[in-house]
Design a protein. Structure first.
Length: 260
């Protein structure tokens, strides 16, 4: 059976970011089978835009209050009808016009594949940097380790098998899911497919995110002294990166991966 793909975009009172994401989806050389916009906004600005502007047939939306990021993710996933799902948040973009075509090709050529992830571009230290490494379940004590949910394309049956996102997690719900699905067949696409917008919850509240990562790792895998030391390193690095010296160091370190 031919694979189909549902793009799920959650949004909250941020119409300009949603418009950019929708435009990115619409520019794809191979459009998704459906694009679900999950709008938890308090106001109707996004709803009014969706209703008053021509939208492609594949775009659908739900406008209702949710209980946070994980709940919004789950709402989109439960309403998705395709075999493959992609969480592309408002503000995130496809890096090139062939991103969806590339992913569908991987799933078509690897029928046993349950999920894939790619390199991605993120804005850090005042520069755009190509990030991403191949997933290694033995390195999960380090957290997401340059794997981010906008770069992940996941079969819906993975969620049906392992459950949806844990709504008790406010930041690291994607890491919690990654730990649960760690043994599923995956592949790494060594090219950027998405642009990851800066300012996510994990960047704003790093300590809370690390705490949730530790909780999930201990729950599903066990205690790790290496993780304690690694998280101490991550906290120190985060605060260092807020300084002018830290930003200059990051630019120097990533000069070969930066995009001019």
């Amino acid at each position: 059976m031919k694979d189909t793909l549902s793009v799920i975009t959650i949004c909250f009172n941020n119409l300009p970011e949603l418009i950019r994401t929708c435009q990115s989806v619409d520019r794809q050389s191979q459009h998704p089978d459906e694009h679900l916009v999950i709008d938890g906004s308090f106001n109707t600005e996004i709803l009014n835009w969706l209703q008053s502007n021509p939208q492609p047939a594949y775009r659908k939306w739900i406008h209702e209050k949710d209980h946070g990021i994980a709940d919004a993710f789950n709402k989109g996933l439960r309403n998705a009808t395709s075999s493959i799902t992609h969480l592309l948040n408002s503000g995130d973009l496809y890096y090139d016009v062939d991103a969806i075509k590339t992913v569908i090709g991987y799933f078509s050529n690897h029928t046993e594949l349950m999920w894939c992830h790619s390199q991605y571009v993120q804005h850090r230290g005042n520069i755009d940097v190509v990030s991403g490494v191949s997933f290694d379940k033995d390195q999960l004590w380090k957290g997401m380790r340059a794997v981010t949910h906008p770069s992940m394309f996941i079969k819906k049956e993975v969620y049906e098998k392992h459950g949806y996102y844990d709504t008790s997690k406010k930041i690291a719900m994607d890491y919690d899911m990654l730990v649960r699905m760690r043994n599923e067949k995956s592949v790494y696409i060594e090219k950027p497919l998405v642009y990851f917008a800066p300012g996510g919850a994990s960047n704003v509240q790093p300590s809370k995110g690390l705490k949730e990562v530790k909780e999930s790792y201990q729950k599903y895998i066990g205690h790790s002294f290496k993780q304690i030391l690694w998280q101490l390193r991550q906290k120190t690095l985060h605060y260092f990166m807020q300084t002018s010296i830290g930003k200059k160091w990051f630019q120097w370190k990533n000069k070969n991966n930066s995009i001019q």
